[in-house]
Design a protein. Structure first.
Length: 76
């Protein structure tokens, strides 16, 4: 079963472009868009399992400089 999630991302001021560029190098990332509203970026990621999604978010996305907060919404 393939897992999928939307990751809502807040960034530091004027860091959205840098964060988007870094996100595009993350394996498993399907799409990344800069948006308006309470979040600055929404990324869609997929993996073989929910553990893969968790590993991607905590191991790869959280370490990107300029990210201040994330919310992960798993697709059910």
């Amino acid at each position: 079963m393939t897992a999928k999630a939307f990751v809502l991302i807040e960034t530091s001021i004027e860091k959205s472009r840098d964060v988007v560029a870094a996100l595009r190098t993350v394996r498993g990332l399907i799409e990344v868009d800069t948006v308006t509203g309470p979040y600055d970026i929404i990324a869609i990621i997929s993996g073989e399992s929910l553990n893969d999604i968790g590993d991607t978010v905590t191991g790869k996305i959280h370490h990107i400089p300029g990210i201040t907060r994330t919310v992960t919404c798993l697709v059910i």
